[in-house]
Design a protein around this ligand. Structure first.
Ligand code: ISE
Length: 360
């Protein structure tokens, strides 16, 4: 039988065609930071996220803020600073998408007035600032901050975490990760391999195995001819957890061939490798190949949507399900140790404060 638009008896499959914004009350969101990433999040909330709308934006660059407000649509207010946006009584929740060094003041202000926050990584650029924010959140007694470590929302990593949790494969012993970018600009330097790139694995790996870090080390292989004097590329990083799980991450940001992300967890009775790339394998002309994307926003598009949807969905009950302030603090302290290890060549300790009961 051929179905046509006139065919009135076609079955309605529930939930298949979700209409935008037909659910409960809207969460009114204010977005601080209207650069490329900020505009991407504004577009996401406006076009794809259920139950939220952008009602205000802010940026020190007025032109940028106005352009971003146009994406959100009519009535979106424009501010030139985060504080005024946070204190706008029409703003229920705040997305902080400004550069990392500018996060701390807005995070503290949002905690002061008790507003829910989605903050892009990093939480703050220093461990001291992360701790200030953590102390303020603990003192407020409310879980308010979700951090934008979106890889936790990627199906491939979730499948491995779920598989480990079944216990069927024994305890995880080792992890092997690769984080390869096709190329980076000349403003990208050696510490950024940690603070901008491997920061994702720092968060992911401890989350996947449910353990915190004890020590780290960095080994510098031969440098690629595609690097420049301020960047040692590739780098081989090793992170050891408190229970002894040993994680290696190859970070190679001028690999030339693609945005190539891999992860394998070796357990006592099995090795679990993430299914990647998420592309069909094509047999043609006596060859079998699958595409590797060159763009992280293509590979992780669904993960970005899912993390923001989750943040919006749990707003009504005041719950943070995603990466939280402790994860941001742990990532900052671990990153500091890795950056120290880049130059010392030694095994560096990851010295954190005791995890507050509030985050357990
Ligand atoms: C960038 O900031 C990211 O978050 C990407 O996921 C990472 O692959 C890249 O190296 C970073 O610069």
């Amino acid at each position: 039988m051929v179905c046509s638009p006139q065919d009135k008896k076609r079955p309605v499959i529930k939930g298949l065609k979700k209409k935008k914004k037909e659910k409960k009350a809207m969460l009114n969101v204010g977005v601080i930071g209207c650069g490329g990433m900020g505009r991407d999040h504004i577009k996401r909330v406006t076009e794809r996220i259920q139950g939220a709308q952008v009602v205000a934006v802010s940026d020190v660059f007025e032109e940028g803020a106005k352009k971003a407000a146009a994406i959100a649509g009519e009535g979106c207010k424009v501010y030139n600073n985060g504080k005024d946006l946070i204190n706008d009584s029409n703003v229920d929740a705040v997305m902080i998408i400004s550069p990392g060094f500018a996060h701390v003041d807005d995070l503290l202000e949002a905690i002061k007035v008790g507003k829910r926050v989605f903050c892009e990584k990093p939480l703050c650029t220093t461990a001291e600032d992360c701790q200030k924010v953590m102390d303020a959140e603990v003192a407020s007694g409310k879980h308010l901050i979700q951090l934008g470590f979106m890889r936790r929302y990627h199906k491939g990593y979730q499948q491995i975490k779920e598989a480990i949790a079944t216990g069927e494969y024994g305890d995880p012993l080792m992890m092997h990760c690769t984080h390869r970018n096709p190329e980076v600009g000349t403003n990208y330097d050696t510490p950024m391999a940690v603070t901008d790139t491997v920061i994702h694995e720092i968060d992911l790996c401890h989350w996947m195995v449910g353990d915190d870090y004890d020590s780290v080390q960095v080994i510098m292989p031969k440098v690629t001819k595609y690097s420049h004097p301020a960047l040692k590329d590739p780098q081989f990083m090793i992170m050891k957890t408190k229970s002894g799980i040993t994680i290696d991450v190859e970070c190679f940001v001028n690999c030339k061939f693609g945005y190539d992300i891999n992860c394998e967890v070796v357990c006592e009775e099995a090795a679990l490798k993430m299914g990647t790339p998420m592309a069909p394998s094509i047999r043609k002309s006596a060859q079998c190949s699958s595409e590797i994307t060159t763009d992280c926003f293509v590979l992780f598009k669904d993960a970005y949507d899912a993390e923001v949807q989750n943040w919006v969905d749990r707003a009504a009950d005041g719950v943070i399900e995603g990466p939280n302030t402790w994860d941001g603090y742990l990532a900052a302290v671990t990153a500091d140790a890795l950056v120290a290890a880049q130059t010392s060549g030694q095994i560096e300790k990851v010295n954190t404060v005791e995890k507050p009961a509030f985050y357990k």
